[in-house]
Ligand binder design. Structure first.
Ligand code: NI
Length: 209
């Protein structure tokens, strides 16, 4: 009697465990599906007033304005060369995207604009952009020139002094802007958007244009 009861309890417990695990697994799958679904939504920005004229200095020290890139698609990223993690990751993403796009990527000009012009000299920008893509243009300038372009692109950046670090760091927003040939904003890619997602999105946009 005792063994039978024990056996029945054990079987019922096992049964409950399997059901419980099944429900848990189903919920995790459901959540994953939702997260994947969320990341697959491109940001619709057509008509949003982001971007505008600017005058900056490129990595060779030459005056460079928005007019130099008119007629080209652009992928623009704002950051700083001392950035420990996010900036290099996002610039690598741009490189991978352009490589994946192949000949289509040749129509897209990658730009890296500094939010830290006090430290990011043209010389430092030249060294830095060469780490990522042969066509990547690095732009810096005076504080005022950088403030103007940051305002036009609604970029947030703030100096952070951490007593544990030997030098200051920058807290900054992180978006990759896809600009059209007329300097119109097409969309913005987020940190969570994968290389595959960005490649597919750019392919569909350039095919439609
Ligand atoms: Ni950064």
């Amino acid at each position: 009697m005792f063994w039978n009861r024990l056996k029945r309890t054990a079987v019922l417990s096992l049964f409950a465990l399997v059901i419980g695990a099944g429900i848990g697994y189903w919920q995790i799958q459901k959540n994953n599906a939702r997260i994947i679904h969320q990341t697959s939504q491109p940001i619709e920005m057509a008509g949003v007033d982001i971007g505008g004229p600017y005058e900056l200095i490129n990595q060779d020290g030459a005056v460079t304005t928005h007019e130099d890139f008119l007629g080209q698609y652009k992928l623009i990223y704002f950051g700083f060369t001392y950035c420990p993690a996010i900036c290099p990751t996002e610039l690598q993403k741009i490189t991978k995207v352009l490589n994946e796009l192949g000949p289509l990527g040749d129509n897209i000009q990658p730009l890296f604009i500094s939010v830290d012009p006090e430290r990011d000299t043209a010389e430092l920008m030249r060294e830095y952009v060469s780490l990522f893509h042969p066509r990547l243009v690095g732009l810096t300038g005076s504080r005022e020139q950088i403030d103007n372009v940051m305002k036009a692109y609604r970029v947030y950046a703030r100096r952070v002094d951490d007593p544990d670090l030997s030098d200051y760091t920058m807290d900054h927003s992180s978006f990759i802007y896809l600009m059209g040939p007329d300097d119109n904003l097409l969309t913005m890619y987020r940190i969570k958007d994968s290389v595959d997602f960005v490649v597919a999105d750019i392919r569909s946009r350039l095919a439609a244009s």
